[in-house]
Design a protein around this ligand. Structure first.
Ligand SMILES: [Zn+2]
Length: 150
């Protein structure tokens, strides 16, 4: 049996009885451009054209003023670890323990929680910089994580 790699994350039919990966096409998801941007290795979210409010995750309506006039905006290329924790057992299928989860701050004042992949917990420190890591998922879909900036 082939050893799993970071490219094999998610959907082990022997474990999951439903598909945990978001549907990503226009007929299935109203923020589908987010996934198209990920395919181009861009992490994006939405900003309101009327009031300027930026949110995470991307929205179809502004949570501040209810406007539907939103535009896509790129995240800064790196984020900084605000805090992290390490899960040593019971990690989700497809991941390897120990698994680092980080709260990541960006210069656009947004904070994302995400697993750090391809990352040794002993190498992680508050304030470290991380970069986007896009991973292919079944049926032409993508997922995103982060990893330490080298
Ligand atoms: Zn707004």
């Amino acid at each position: 049996m082939k050893e799993k790699t970071t490219e094999d994350y998610i959907i082990d039919p022997d474990v999951y009885i439903c598909d945990p990966v978001p549907q990503q096409t226009p007929d299935q998801n109203m923020v589908y451009p987010f996934y198209d941007h990920l395919r181009d290795n861009r992490l994006t979210t939405t900003r309101c054209k009327d009031c300027g409010h930026i949110t995470w995750p991307p929205k179809i309506v502004c949570t501040e003023c209810m406007s539907d006039q939103l535009e896509w905006e790129d995240f800064p290329p790196t984020g900084k670890i605000y805090a992290f924790t390490v899960q040593v057992g019971g990690v989700p299928p497809g991941f390897q323990a120990p698994l680092v989860y980080a709260l990541i701050d960006f210069d656009n004042d947004l904070r994302i929680i995400s697993p750090l992949i391809d990352t040794d917990p002993d190498d992680v420190h508050v304030g470290d910089e991380v970069v986007l890591k896009v991973v292919e998922a079944p049926r032409d879909r993508v997922l995103f994580f982060f990893k330490l900036k080298k």
